[in-house]
Design a protein around this ligand. Structure first.
Ligand SMILES: [Zn+2]
Length: 134
């Protein structure tokens, strides 16, 4: 089975954040959707295949989501981001909401996959907190 997009979620593991190392194996499936339970062969950590998929359940392409998050990280408002990306502002809000709900996971994902700088992320999360209060 091919699991090139999944990496070990254990920060202490030597393969943490590294995809395509061949260390992730599926050992069980569960539930009506046959969700895979995975295991890292290096550190033996077990986790659901959904664990690293921060974009799970969103119907927007990952590339678009990444750009939306970048816009938000740059300090654009939800309305401005919607305009820039030619998206509905509700869609942008859903992405934003998802991103802030999965804050920690998203942070890790962004750092690894989108190569955002730490200061950009700081700005994003202070923006998130500001919006959350409204
Ligand atoms: Zn591991």
């Amino acid at each position: 089975m091919d699991l090139p997009n999944i990496f070990c979620p254990n920060k202490a593991c030597s393969t943490f954040g590294k995809k395509g190392q061949g260390n992730i194996v599926c050992y069980e499936m569960y539930g009506p959707n046959r969700t895979k339970l995975l295991r890292c062969r290096i550190c033996k950590t077990r986790f659901s295949e959904r664990r690293n998929t921060v974009f799970f359940g969103l119907h927007t392409e990952e590339d678009t989501i990444a750009k939306v998050v970048r816009c938000l990280a740059e300090g654009d408002s939800i309305r401005a981001t919607a305009r820039i990306m030619n998206l509905d502002k509700d869609t942008v809000y859903r992405i934003f909401d998802r991103a802030s709900t999965h804050c920690q996971k998203v942070l890790e994902h962004l750092m690894i996959d989108l190569h955002l700088e730490e200061c950009q992320l700081d700005e994003l999360w202070s923006f998130v907190k500001k919006k959350r209060k409204i």
